[in-house]
Design a protein around this ligand. Structure first.
Ligand code: GAP
Length: 514
């Protein structure tokens, strides 16, 4: 499928709605912007992604345990973490279109366009020189590439300085000097750049009791930090060790767009890995590699991932990068890997007055551990999988089909059992098979419409296998299994069908490949 195309995203959004994956939230009231509901298949896919992450991170690692902390936390948590003071985005409005943008995103998008020009030169030269092409040497010597790279470096240096020094006057100047226009209207008539805090707040208790202001957590990580000592002590954990959790996070995103890519309510899967100070860079590299392997194991295409190092580090990090994925709208952040130093635990020590340290029995010293974090958005992972799986095909006979080529182990429905006709004992036999299958996999019975239409429906849902019960089943106890991607069919005995499906959709081979 061609990438970088908004039409692709539109098709995916409408397919997701038509087939029960994702609905706009409260749609009967015309929806609520940037909030979505997962439908009957979406919830299963989401659950399977979460399960694959959980197994890979928690159950496969002896030194990582999970928790489930509450969304509401003591308000001082967010003062300590820096979110009250520093969880801001620099916003700019276009005076003609009245649209609001993140100033940093406007600049990053501008840089991405120059990067695309460099890539175009590289691709052109690679084609021309074939096997003898040396990409590194080309980038170091080609005048056009060098000129563009210099442009990027200059913009980046000024942008970084502006953000660090909160020099929003110069940030606006930079946008103007680069000639950045509103992507919607093309206008260059901008307001000043202003800071905007992204946390949602609400009140705990009734007003009469003297309610206190609390926040909906903007990341799940703080629930882990405040439980560091509880888990370390009760689990008798030794460094290095990790604490993982999955759960909802909330951000008042100004420009929440692009479907479930950027929402105001979303789900994170985060792991904080506590390490001895001085070893954090080693662990940072280690987790970068491990997380990339996890992504690639799903078979969405190795070329669809790349690392992007942060120039503009968050207030808590001494190194950070994103794993970017080639979404329909281009390469964008899917997961963040951050070396968060001892910033959070130290801040919580200071604000709570409680020691959050580790006693190292080898050196007989106590210290605050350093932390390497892996943080992935479950909804973004869902979009990455759905977008890559969505395929429109023209078949040999000239007909067309839309198929979701989902990783089989993650597909919402693993198999559909279809009686060829609704008589002659075929429905009863089909139900018998379903009743066996449902103990191990999510399977469904589909008896409505002609068989061809049922296959197409299951293709559109992404069901890897259709088991068809026909008259031969009654005679010799065999059924056909049709595979989703190749559409090939084979006959197997009813006695073997359950284990065939179980093996073909098993998560274990993926986990073993990590
Ligand atoms: N604890 C670190 C942290 O929260 P982040 O880079 O702000 O870091 C981590 O967020 C991940 O959460 C991102 O890589 C992205 O996948 C997901 N995420 C962040 N904001 C999101 C939003 N508004 N909608 C959907 N996913 C989001």
């Amino acid at each position: 499928m061609a990438k970088n195309d908004d039409n692709d995203l539109k098709k995916i959004v409408s397919h997701a709605k038509e087939y029960g994956y994702v609905f706009p939230s409260s749609e009967i009231y015309d929806g609520l912007s940037a909030t979505y509901d997962y439908g009957q298949y979406g919830v299963e896919l989401k659950q399977n992604i979460r399960q694959y992450w959980w197994k890979a991170m928690v159950q496969m690692n002896e030194n990582i345990v999970g928790i489930d902390a509450s969304i509401f936390m003591h308000p001082t948590t967010w003062k300590a973490s820096g979110h009250v003071d520093a969880f801001n985005d620099p916003m700019i409005d276009n005076k003609d279109s009245n649209k609001r943008y993140r100033a940093d995103v406007l600049i990053e998008d501008f840089i991405a366009k120059i990067e695309a020009k460099i890539q175009k030169e590289v691709d052109k030269a690679a084609k021309k020189f074939g096997d003898s092409f040396d990409e590194a040497q080309f980038k170091e010597t080609n005048p056009r590439v060098l000129q563009n790279q210099e442009k990027i470096d200059t913009i980046n240096a000024r942008f970084k300085k502006d953000i660090e020094e909160e020099d929003f006057v110069d940030l606006k100047l930079l946008i103007e000097e680069l000639g950045i226009a509103d992507p919607v209207s093309g206008s260059k008539n901008w307001t000043e750049v202003r800071q905007f805090n992204l946390m949602f707040s609400t009140e705990l208790g009734s007003l009469a009791d003297g309610a206190s202001k609390i926040y909906l957590r903007p990341e799940t990580a703080q629930g882990i930090f405040v439980n560091y000592l509880n888990v370390q002590k009760t689990g008798r954990m030794k460094l290095p060790f990790g604490i993982a959790q999955t759960g909802k996070a909330f951000r008042n995103e100004i420009i929440a767009r692009q479907f479930i890519f950027r929402m105001r309510e979303f789900e994170q899967m985060e792991m904080q890995f506590f390490v001895k100070p001085g070893t954090e860079m080693e662990w940072y590299q280690n987790w970068k590699e491990k997380r990339m392997n996890w992504h690639k194991s799903l078979g969405l295409g190795d070329q669809n991932y790349k690392f992007h190092d942060h120039l503009n580090l968050a207030h808590y990090a001494n190194a950070a990068c994103d794993i970017e994925f080639n979404f329909p709208m281009g390469f964008k952040e899917l997961e963040g890997i951050h070396s968060r130093t001892d910033f959070d635990l130290k801040a919580h020590e200071e604000f709570s007055g409680k020691k959050l340290q580790f006693f190292d029995s080898e050196t007989e010293k106590s210290y605050v551990p350093y932390v390497v974090e892996t943080s992935i958005g479950l909804d973004r992972m869902f979009l990455a999988i759905l977008a890559t799986a969505y395929t429109e095909e023209t078949l040999e006979d000239g007909s067309s089909r839309t198929v979701l080529r989902l990783p089989k182990a993650l597909a919402p429905v693993k198999a559909a059992v279809l009686p060829l006709v609704n008589k002659d004992g075929l429905p009863e036999k089909a139900r018998e098979i379903l009743d066996e299958l449902k103990f191990s996999v999510n399977a469904q019975y589909d008896g409505k419409d002609a068989i061809g239409r049922r296959y197409r429906r299951q293709d559109a849902i992404g069901t890897p296998y259709c088991i068809t019960v026909d008259h031969q089943t009654i005679e010799d106890g065999t059924v056909t299994i049709r595979e989703r991607d190749s559409m090939e069919q084979k006959r197997v005995s009813v006695a073997e069908v359950v284990s065939e499906i179980e093996t073909a959709v098993d998560l274990k081979p993926l986990l073993k490949s990590l």
